[in-house]
Design a protein. Structure first.
Length: 116
């Protein structure tokens, strides 16, 4: 059986890669049971009523189509609204910084950003 391809650690901010099946590097093996931003509601994390309104506007603007798939000529339903420049890196909730993505494109983009 071929060796696993190393992937980004699932721990937010970790730049390590792993081949472990749970997705965490050796340093963060115990993190799988911890909730991200434990004790904070979606509103406290910045995704309250205002975000839900903005999200709806972006999905309608993009015709509920994944913008990354659309660049490749594919018509895939978008399920997520993503910050092009993440808020953690200075991005904002401005409509020009938001795009609709399908789940697989969002996961791929998030994993790529973790490696930076």
């Amino acid at each position: 059986m071929p060796a696993r391809i190393p992937k980004a650690c699932r721990k937010q901010g970790c730049k390590n890669t792993t081949i472990n099946s749970n997705g965490y590097c050796d340093e963060h093996q115990g993190c799988g049971w911890q909730r991200h931003q434990k004790g904070k509601t979606s509103s406290q994390r910045g995704y309250g009523a205002q975000w839900r309104k903005i999200r709806a506007v972006v999905l309608v603007r993009d015709n509920y189509l994944c913008q990354e798939c659309l660049k490749q000529g594919l018509f895939v339903t978008a399920t997520t609204v993503d910050h092009i420049i993440p808020k953690a890196h200075g991005g904002s909730d401005d409509l020009t910084n938001l795009q609709s993505l399908c789940n697989s494109c969002h996961k791929f983009k998030t994993a790529r950003e973790r490696l930076k």
